[in-house]
Design a protein around this ligand. Sequence first.
Ligand SMILES: NC(=O)c1ccc[n+]([C@@H]2O[C@H](COP(=O)([O-])OP(=O)(O)OC[C@H]3O[C@@H](n4cnc5c(N)ncnc54)[C@H](OP(=O)(O)O)[C@@H]3O)[C@@H](O)[C@H]2O)c1
Length: 255
Amino acid sequence: MSSRISYDLSGAVAIITGAGRGIGKAIALSLAAAQASVVVASRNGPDLDAVTAEIREAGGKAVPVVADLTSSEQIEHLVEVTVGECGRIDILVNNASTSHMAPLLEFSQKGWDRIFDTNCRGAFLLSRAAARKMIDQGGGKIINVTTVGAERGSMGMAAYNASKAALKMLTMCMAVEWAPYGINVNAVGPGLTRTEFSRPIWDHAERASRYLRAVPKGRVAEPEEIVGAVLFLASDASNFITGQSIYVDGGFLAS
Ligand SMILES: NC(=O)c1ccc[n+]([C@@H]2O[C@H](COP(=O)([O-])OP(=O)(O)OC[C@H]3O[C@@H](n4cnc5c(N)ncnc54)[C@H](OP(=O)(O)O)[C@@H]3O)[C@@H](O)[C@H]2O)c1
C-alpha cells in the first residue's frame, strides 16, 4: 500500500443517484473532477443532460441514465447501462431522496410508502445490484446520503427521518456483510443545506432561525460543502473505514 493519501479516482466508475440537481449534482461534478467516470441518474432527463454537458465541457466523462428508484426494473436497467457503457462499478452514491412535511396523525400510507420506497428500498436494491458487480471486481465503495434527522426527532418529518435512520442501519449491515468482499459502505449525513429540497425550511424565516439557533456554525450549508466527505469515502484515503456515518452539519449534532 502506498504511504501517500490519494483522492484521485482515475479509472473508477461511479453511479450517483439524484444527480440532476442539489447535493447529488455537486457530488457528480466533484467525482468527475477527481477523474472518475460518472453515471448520473434521476427521473428528469433534461436535468441529467445539463449536468452531463457541464461535466463533459470540463473534460470529464459522464453518462446520463433516467431511472426511477421506486422501480426495481429501472434500477436493474441503471446497473446494466453502467456496466454496458463503462464496464464496471467502483463507487455508488445513494443520494436520491424524497420527503414531504406532514404531522404523523395526518400522514397517509401512500406518502409513507413513497418515502420508504425511494429513500430506503431503492438504496437497498441498487446497492445489492451494484455489490454483485463489485464482488466480481474485488471490491468497491458505497456511500449513502442520510441526514442529521436520522439521529433526532423533528416535527412533520417522521417518515423521512425514519427512512434515513433505516438507511443508516442498512449502511452498517451492508458494511458488516460485504467487508469480506472488499466493499466499504459508509454514510454522509448533511445538516440543512441550501437546495430546493429544503427550501421550505431555510427560506422560511421562523423555521430557519429556530434551526440555526442549534447550529454552532450559525448558517446553512452550501451543496458543495457536503462533497468533501463523499470524496473522502469514495477514495483510497478511507480504505479502512466502513459502517460509519459522517455528519456534515456545522456542529448541529454536537450541540
Ligand atoms: N438539502 C438538505 O437540507 C438536506 C439535509 C439533509 C439531508 N439531505 C439529503 O441529501 C440528499 C440530496 O438532497 P438535495 O437537497 O440535493 O435534494 P433535491 O435537490 O430535491 O434532489 C433530490 C434528487 O433526488 C432525485 N429523486 C427523487 N426521487 C427520485 C426517484 N424516485 N428516483 C430517482 N431519483 C429521484 C431528484 O430527481 P428527480 O425528482 O428529477 O427524479 C433529485 O435529483 C438527499 O438524500 C437528502 O435526503 C438534504
